[in-house]
Write a protein that binds this ligand. Structure first.
Ligand code: SF4
Length: 523
C-alpha cells in the first residue's frame, strides 16, 4: 500500500474544510515539519486558502513525513495530501517556515519532493521554490542558497501577487519580472539584501482557519486572529516588529468567521489581555458552549473576570510569561511585568480553581548574574505556595530586528550551569521544562547567520547533530561576529540592509543604516 493511502488518506478523511481544486497552475504548499505541527499553524492555513482563491491556480499541501528516513527507504515520491500527486510536480513549490531549527527540514523536504535543494543546481524544468513564513521576516539570509523567491511579511498582501504572476507568466524569467519589486518579494538571484516587508491592510484581516482536524497539535481547534502585531515595547520580542504595526480586529468580525459546527476556538494574538474585545468574544463563545484557547496573556492585565471566562472555556492551566528571572532584568527588557503581577495571577488562578500556573522564562540575558537566578528561585518558591507552578525555561536567543541583535549569546556552559542550579534548587518546588542550551546556540547561529550558515545546514541535513553543526560551521569558515559584544539596548531598533552582514565584525556593523521598515516600527 502506498504511503499516501496508508498514512495520508486517513488524515485527509478526518479533515473538515479541505479544498479540492484543479487548475492549470499547480502550487504545492509544504510545511517542513510533521502534519500535526503544520496544521496548527494559522499562517500556513491562510496561505493555503489564499492560493486557492485565485482563478487558474490550485494549491495542495504536503508535509515532512514523521520518519523521513523510513519514507525515503520506500523509494516513493513525497505525495500531496489532497490528491496524492507527486509534491514536486508543480509550477511553484511554496514552503512556510516558522522556526530556525527547521532549516535542515526545509532542505530535507525539497530533497524528498525530488527537487534539488540548491537554487543554482535547478533549471527551468524544475518547480520554482518559494519560502515564506515568520523565519523569513526574522532572517532570510540562510535561506538564500535554496529559495528562488523569499516572501517576507503578510501573506495576504503577497500571495495573490505571486499566484496571479504564476498563472500569467510565460516563462520562469517572466514570472520573476512580474514579481520583482513587489512588496515583500526577495529574489536572491537578483538582489543581495532583503526588501521592505509586506504589510497587509486591515481590510484583509482577520486570519482564520481553513481546515479543522483532530490530528493537529491543536486538536479540532478553529483558529482566529484577534490582533496582529503588538503595541508593547518589550525589547527582546520579534513579534512586535515581525508582525508589523499593531492591528486589532473587531470582536464581531472574529465571531463572523467562526462556522456554526465549530466546538473549540483558539484566539491568536501577541498579547490577548491587551486586546479590547477578548472578554466579549470569550464570553459570547463560552455562552454558546464553545471551548476556548488563548495564545498569550500578560500577567499585569489579568483580572478575575478574564480568568473566569477562560475557565468557562475549559482552560485548566493558566499561562503567563515572566521572560526574565528578576525584576531588574524584566525592566531591562521593558517587559513591564513585576513579581507582584505574577503573584497576583497565581492567586487568581488558585481562587478560580485552575490546576496550576505555567510561567515562561528566559535565562542567559546579557547583564544576568547569579543574583538574578537567586531571585528566580526565590519568587518561584513564593508562587508555589499559592498554586502549582510549571516553569518553562528557554535560553535567550538574540534576534535581528530587535535592539538586541548584536548582543552575544550567553554561551552553552553558562546557561547549562544556571539550569543545573535552578534544577537543583527547584526540583521539588516546580515542574521544570527547559530548552537545550546547545540547540539554542544553533538557533542563535541561524537567527543571525548568512548564506554560509545555510550551506553548513546543507552539508549536514541528513545527519544533524550538535557535533555535525560545529564541524560544518568550521568548514564554511563561520565566525561569530557578536561573540565579544557587550549587551547594549541603546542601539536603534532596526537592521542592516546592505551587504553580506553575516560575516562582518561588530565594528563594521555599528552605525550602519537601518532598514526603512524597521525605522517605521522603531520603539
Ligand atoms: S513580549 Fe508580548 S507584550 Fe511584549 S512586545 Fe512581545 S508580544 Fe507584545
Amino acid at each position: 500500500m502506498s504511503y499516501w493511502r496508508k498514512t495520508i488518506k486517513p488524515l485527509l478523511d478526518d479533515e473538515i474544510g479541505t479544498i479540492h481544486k484543479q487548475a492549470p497552475a499547480r502550487v504545492t504548499l509544504a510545511f517542513p515539519n510533521r502534519y500535526s505541527v503544520g496544521m496548527a499553524s494559522l499562517g500556513y492555513q491562510v496561505i493555503y486558502r489564499l492560493f486557492n482563491n485565485v482563478d487558474g491556480v490550485a494549491c495542495e499541501r504536503t508535509f515532512l513525513p514523521d520518519d523521513p528516513d523510513a519514507f525515503e527507504g520506500t523509494g516513493e515520491a513525497l505525495p500531496t495530501v489532497e490528491s496524492g500527486r507527486d509534491a514536486g510536480d508543480c509550477q511553484l513549490f511554496a514552503m512556510s517556515v516558522s522556526f530556525e531549527l527547521d532549516l535542515t527540514n526545509i532542505i530535507r523536504t525539497l530533497d524528498l519532493a525530488g527537487i534539488h535543494p540548491l537554487r543554482e543546481k535547478r533549471d527551468d524544468s524544475d518547480a520554482i521554490v518559494m519560502i515564506g513564513g515568520p523565519l523569513t521576516s526574522s532572517n532570510p539570509y540562510p535561506l538564500t542558497p535554496f529559495a528562488d523567491v523569499i516572501a517576507i511579511g503578510d501573506g495576504e498582501q503577497i500571495v495573490p501577487v505571486l499566484a496571479e504572476a504564476l498563472r500569467d507568466a510565460t516563462s520562469r524569467e517572466d514570472f520573476y519580472d512580474l514579481v520583482d519589486g513587489m512588496p515583500g518579494i526577495f529574489l536572491p538571484a537578483r538582489h543581495s539584501h532583503e526588501p521592505q516587508w509586506a504589510t497587509a491592510p486591515k481590510e484583509l484581516l482577520p486570519a482564520y482557519s481553513q481546515i479543522v482536524t483532530p490530528h493537529s497539535e491543536l486538536s479540532n481547534m478553529f483558529l482566529v486572529e484577534a490582533q496582529r502585531g503588538c503595541p508593547r515595547p518589550c525589547t527582546f520580542c520579534l513579534a512586535r516588529t515581525m508582525y508589523g504595526p499593531n492591528r486589532n480586529n473587531q470582536g464581531q468580525e472574529l465571531l463572523d468567521t467562526i462556522p456554526d459546527w465549530v466546538t473549540k476556538v483558539g484566539l491568536v494574538g501577541a498579547a490577548l489581555s491587551d486586546f479590547p474585545h477578548t472578554k466579549f468574544v470569550g464570553r459570547t463563545l463560552t455562552d454558546r458552549g464553545i471551548k476556548l484557547g488563548v495564545s498569550s496573556i500578560r500577567a499585569d492585565t489579568v483580572d478575575a473576570e478574564l480568568a473566569e471566562i477562560l475557565k468557562a472555556g475549559g482552560l485548566r492551566t493558566f499561562t503567563v510569561a515572566s521572560d526574565a528571572p528578576s525584576e531588574r532584568l524584566r525592566q531591562w527588557l521593558k517587559k513591564g511585568i513585576t513579581t507582584e503581577d505574577l503573584l497576583k495571577t497565581a492567586q487568581i488562578s488558585r481562587d478560580l480553581g485552575f490546576k496550576g500556573l505555567k510561567v515562561y522564562m528566559m535565562i542567559g540575558l546579557g547583564p544576568e548574574n547569579d543574583d538574578d537566578i537567586t531571585e528566580l528561585i526565590s519568587f518561584t518558591k513564593e508562587l508555589a505556595k499559592v498554586n502549582r507552578i510549571a516553569l518553562g525555561i528557554s535560553p535567550f536567543v538574540p534576534k535581528r530586528h530587535t535592539p538586541h541583535f548584536q548582543d552575544s549569546f550567553a554561551g552553552v556552559k553558562t546557561i547549562e550551569n544556571r539550569l543545573k542550579r535552578i534544577q537543583k534548587e527547584l526540583r521539588t518546588t516546580a515542574e521544570l521544562r527547559n530548552v537545550s542550551a546547545k540547540w539554542a546556540w544553533v538557533e542563535n547561529v541561524i537567527a543571525r547567520g548568512g548564506a554560509d550558515v545555510g550551506m553548513a545546514a546543507y552539508a549536514i541535513y541528513r545527519n544533524e547533530s550538535i557535533g555535525a553543526w560545529k564541524k560544518a560551521l568550521d568548514d564554511v569558515g563561520w565566525v561569530d561576529p557578536y561573540e565579544a559584544n557587550e549587551s547594549r539596548i541603546e542601539l536603534p531598533a532596526g537592521q542592516i540592509v546592505r551587504g553580506d552582514y553575516g560575516l562582518h565584525s561588530p565594528d563594521d556593523l555599528a552605525g550602519r543604516k537601518v532598514s526603512s521598515h524597521a525605522e517605521g516600527l522603531a520603539i
